[in-house]
Structure formats: C-alpha cells, structure tokens
Design a protein around this ligand. Structure first.
Ligand SMILES: [Zn+2]
Length: 110
C-alpha cells in the first residue's frame, strides 16, 4: 500500500493497516512485521474504536490546528497503538476524520 492509498482510505473514513500472518499483530507500516519480523503482512482495515492509553495537551501547534488541543496514544480494539488528535471526553474513542496540515496527516478521534 502506498502513501496515496493510505490517504485515500483515510478520506473514506477508513484506517488501513496490516495484519501479520505469523503473530497476528497489527501495524500501519508496510513491510516486515515490527514485532516478529515476518515478511507476510496482509492489508486490512483497522477498527474505528479504541481507548485512550495516554494523552497530553499541546499548547504550541503547527498550522491547521488551534492550540490548545490534545494528542493521545490510542489503543484500537485490535491492540494496535497509534497517535492521534483527541477531541472529546472520556476514555473510549472513535475515529472521526483525518486532517492534513503542514506537519502531515493527523488522525482525529472523538
Ligand atoms: Zn508478526
């Protein structure tokens, strides 16, 4: 999967990643499994729901975001941990949208 395909998936409200055929863990990066090194990774859609593992408030932000906002480490329901922008309250989150800014693409969860 290319960066373009990743962003197109995001544009359709999907988070596209990979599942390792060996250890069954998940990654957003193409290539070998970051956990066991297996080269067999199958493209798959990630769940939209997860929970917050850690969060921090950002007071100085790149273009496209109005500080302060919250960046969170989110564990999706399949165990994959990703960084995202969190706009909401509580511990349970759902993927909302992707926002592009000068720093790249941010996944927004609510
Ligand atoms: Zn693996």
């Amino acid at each position: 999967m290319s960066y373009k395909e990743f962003t197109e998936g995001i544009g359709e409200g999907k988070i596209i990643g990979y599942r390792c055929e060996h250890c069954r863990r998940f990654s957003l990066k193409e290539g070998r499994c970051p956990f066991c090194g297996s080269p067999i990774m199958v493209e798959t859609e990630m769940p939209r729901k997860g929970r917050i593992v850690a969060r921090t408030e950002i007071s100085v932000a790149p273009g496209g975001f109005s500080p302060p906002y919250t960046v969170a480490l989110i564990e999706l329901s399949n165990g994959l941990r990703i960084m995202g922008v969190f706009e909401g309250e509580g511990e349970k989150v759902e993927f909302s949208e992707a926002r592009e800014n000068s720093a790249g693409i941010a996944l927004v969860f609510r």
